[in-house]
Design a protein around this ligand. Sequence first.
Ligand code: ZN
Length: 186
Amino acid sequence: MAILPIVTYNDPILLERTESVKENSDELQELIDDMFETMYNAAGVGLAAPQIGQKLQLFVMDADPMTEDSDQLDLGPMVMINPEIVSTGGELVGYEEGCLSIPEVRDEVRRPERVELKWLNREFEERQQEFTGWVSRVIQHEYDHLQGKLFLDHLSAFRRRLHRKKLSTIDAGDLPCNYPLVPRQT
Ligand code: ZN
């Protein structure tokens, strides 16, 4: 296994749409292992393939740290291959989010409380399930990455402007970070 460097804010790959994973392979399984190691090393709860430079519909997550979310069973590490949102529902709930690709920037994002997702697990078996609370939020955040969308895109222009200085520091590759980042091309 290997810790992969994470792509940061303003890298074009984070703005592109991803392609579906065509088949299971040793390379795919290795990539999934590397993504988990990369995520845990950065103390993250989710990591999407574009964040390590792969244009694939794939994300990994381990959203259990917020255990006060009593309505959701402990899920443990999960792999979502070719995920599709079947439906969202419930109230819009605001909660502070961050992103491993946008270190040290956090803000409140409003998202639907529930999400029903269809996906393939790492054995390539079809799964469908409804999620709520914190897990639902992590899924929606990671799913956004596969559509070339960042949590910043949910913020008002005013809120985004408040982060401008830090974002330009990240963009310039000048932000110190305790996990490896992809160096910015100049
Ligand atoms: Zn993210």
